[in-house]
Design a protein around this ligand. Structure first.
Ligand SMILES: NC(=O)c1ccc[n+]([C@@H]2O[C@H](COP(=O)([O-])OP(=O)(O)OC[C@H]3O[C@@H](n4cnc5c(N)ncnc54)[C@H](OP(=O)(O)O)[C@@H]3O)[C@@H](O)[C@H]2O)c1
Length: 329
């Protein structure tokens, strides 16, 4: 009997952007013993998705072509592998697929049980799908190198969040404000009110001279910077940092690694931290619970049907999303 075919979006090689995405029919994937098969309800895109297509991790990622991109999704379990213990058909979940094999931009996908968490009814599929990479990066950067406690304990910290209107930044502002923080944020002029509504204490338009200089209007020196923007040199951060201030760089290029090494070797108190977020199931559960409890929101930039996934892809490449870009099969 012929296998059931599903709609998926894939690319066959590096480069080509949105125009290189192809709509295809592929067999329903089969879950391995520790995997769940999901009917996909929502997929959120991250810049890393199109950066992998560009070849930023070549030849390590993707593991093989053709490749179905998309790793952050919400869906309903329809079948489980023999060793899956925590899920059964009918369960609603949020999950993070591997970058190696992807699989998200499709009607059905298989996910490892170890990175899958239950999604309560209060959390919509679109909201849940935004959380894995962007939410975990914000959470791990804040609670790790930035030293913010989400229960509000500890000394007051002055935090700067660059690109605060983006996927990571909009979660970072909300999470930072659960801690004992003063948050300065940068965004474009059109998003200043949005970023304030997330809880930021002061917002700088990054296209003004003070915004470009990252100067706090209230004169704060930053204990930590969650740096989601790109192209800002160390010399711009340096005068704005507190004595032990850290720049946590989410997109570290060669220049950032050089600065990191120089600061370490010279025993500088001000540090640059190249940061790649770990992906942990228990932290994803924390984020889902915060959304359920109304303490964290996913702002949806736009929703696109799977049949128009290339529009979502192009929008992410464009770099001007406010919150998360979602694809719905
Ligand atoms: N290291 C990690 O583990 C990790 C994890 C996730 C993401 N990242 C990286 O972190 C970066 C941010 O990711 P994301 O998902 O938040 O991206 P995103 O959603 O695409 O960010 C788009 C937003 O950034 C704003 N923006 C762009 N340049 C800016 C600037 N110079 N100053 C202030 N705002 C600016 C844009 O505002 P306008 O539209 O007004 O220009 C837009 O709202 C990306 O480079 C991504 O690859 C790293």
């Amino acid at each position: 009997m012929a296998a059931k075919l599903i709609h998926a979006v894939q690319y066959d090689g590096y480069g080509g952007g949105a125009a290189a995405l192809k709509h295809v029919e592929v067999p329903v994937p089969t879950p391995k013993k520790n995997e769940v098969l999901l009917k996909v309800e929502a997929v959120s895109l991250n810049p890393v998705d199109w950066k992998i297509q560009k070849g930023i991790m070549r030849p390590i990622l993707p593991r093989k072509f053709p490749y179905i991109p998309g790793t952050d999704l919400a869906g309903e379990v329809v079948a489980v592998g023999a060793e899956v213990k925590n899920f059964k058909a009918g369960d609603k979940v949020v999950t993070k697929l591997s970058f190696e094999y992807g699989g998200g931009l499709a009607e059905f996908a298989v996910a490892s049980e170890s990175l899958t968490v239950a999604r309560p009814t209060e959390v919509s599929a679109a909201e849940g799908s935004g959380l894995p990479v962007a939410g975990l990066t914000a959470l791990e950067a804040l609670t790790g190198p930035a030293g913010v406690n989400l229960d509000g304990s500890g000394e007051l910290k002055n935090i700067l969040i660059t690109a605060a209107s983006g996927g990571v930044g909009h979660y970072a502002v909300q999470l930072a404000k659960l801690g004992n923080t003063h948050v300065t944020a940068t965004s474009g002029a059109r998003n200043i009110d949005f970023v304030k509504s997330l809880g930021a204490d002061e917002v700088l338009d990054y296209k003004t001279p003070d915004g470009a200089a990252l100067k706090s209007p209230s004169g704060k020196k930053y204990d930590a910077v969650i740096h989601g923007a790109t192209g800002i040199p160390w010399s711009t951060f340096e005068p704005n940092l507190a004595a032990n201030g850290k720049v946590i760089d989410l997109t570290p290029g060669p220049g950032a690694f050089l600065t990191y090494a120089v600061k370490k070797l010279t025993f500088s108190k001000k540090q640059l931290v190249p940061f790649f977020s770990p992906i942990k199931r228990e932290k994803l559960e924390v984020l889902v619970k915060l959304v359920k409890d109304g303490k964290l929101k996913t702002h949806i930039d736009s929703k696109h049907p799977l049949s128009k996934a290339e529009d979502a892809w192009a929008k992410s490449i464009d770099g001007h999303a406010t919150g998360k870009i979602i694809v719905e099969p």
